[in-house]
Design a protein around this ligand. Structure first.
Ligand SMILES: C[S@@+](CC[C@H](N)C(=O)[O-])C[C@H]1O[C@@H](n2cnc3c(N)ncnc32)[C@H](O)[C@@H]1O
Length: 241
């Protein structure tokens, strides 16, 4: 792994797990937020860059909304899976910290559940801003930083949400989730909202819209608690000045 950043090394190792996990309809939480997501993004015809596309499901949603999508990921196996599923118009293997595009190319840059995986968030946000057009938008989805620091005390939908330790500080997380016969080994960094905001500010980006989406009414019991405590945080940011 010499020379490979920790985030890229992890995702290379778990690429096959992620492709199976993300591609199975209704398997993970994404599907219960999908309609909310497409409503918040809205139809468009501009040029979009997805950073950290995985097997391509977000790029496919953007394509269905009318956008011209370039799908990128640090891991070649992810980009190949996205290509096989006809997720975008263009594909590149690229880490978020060094995007292989000229300045001011994209109307929309999409960072969907990828910033928690990235070792150097400030550098990634600077790159995203660089490739955005002056009037472009950056869309960020995060596992909600508050959710990240706590756990539900039990499986029942009204179980208390418990925060042990501190909300503050940057921490490495690592763990396995099992569901529907599949296993996914997640690893990344958890940091408070203020750290994300500081990185946005330093990159010259300002938040212009924020959502704490809840799952669809039809979502299964596993997700019912997320009608009380948000699982995701969605932000839209624009370049300052
Ligand atoms: C949780 S998956 C999300 C995939 C997709 N956006 C989705 O929501 O289905 C995170 C993705 O980010 C990619 N990734 C991790 N570190 C990265 C980096 N430094 N630059 C670009 N992509 C990265 C991983 O390879 C993985 O495909």
């Amino acid at each position: 792994m010499t020379g490979t950043k920790l985030d890229e090394a992890h995702w290379t190792e778990v690429a096959e797990q992620w492709i199976a996990w993300a591609r199975l309809p209704d398997h993970d939480a994404f599907w219960a937020y999908r309609d909310n997501f497409t409503r918040f993004v809205g139809f468009g015809s501009g040029r979009v860059l997805e950073v950290g596309c995985g097997e391509g499901r977000i790029s496919r949603e953007l394509k269905a909304l009318g956008y011209r999508v370039t799908a990128t990921d640090a891991v070649a196996a992810m980009v190949e899976a996205a290509r096989q599923a006809d997720s975008a118009e263009e594909y590149r293997v690229a880490g978020a910290g060094a995007l292989p595009f000229a300045d001011a190319q994209f109307d929309l840059v999409m960072a969907y559940n990828v910033l928690m995986d990235i070792e150097d968030v400030p550098a990634a946000l600077r790159e995203m801003r660089r490739v955005m057009k002056r009037d472009g938008v950056l869309f960020i989805s995060l596992v909600h930083p508050f959710r990240d620091r706590g756990r539900f005390a039990g499986p029942e939908p009204d179980a208390p949400f418990v925060v042990e330790g501190s909300y503050f500080g940057r921490e490495r997380f690592e763990g396995e989730e099992r569901h529907g016969g599949l296993t996914m080994h997640f690893a990344g960094w958890s940091q408070p909202l203020e750290d994300y905001m500081a990185a946005l500010e330093q990159a010259g980006l300002a938040v212009v819209a924020l959502r704490e989406p809840v799952p669809d009414d039809t979502a299964d019991d596993r997700l019912r608690s997320y009608r009380r405590i948000p699982l995701f945080l969605w932000l839209k940011a624009r370049a300052l000045g």
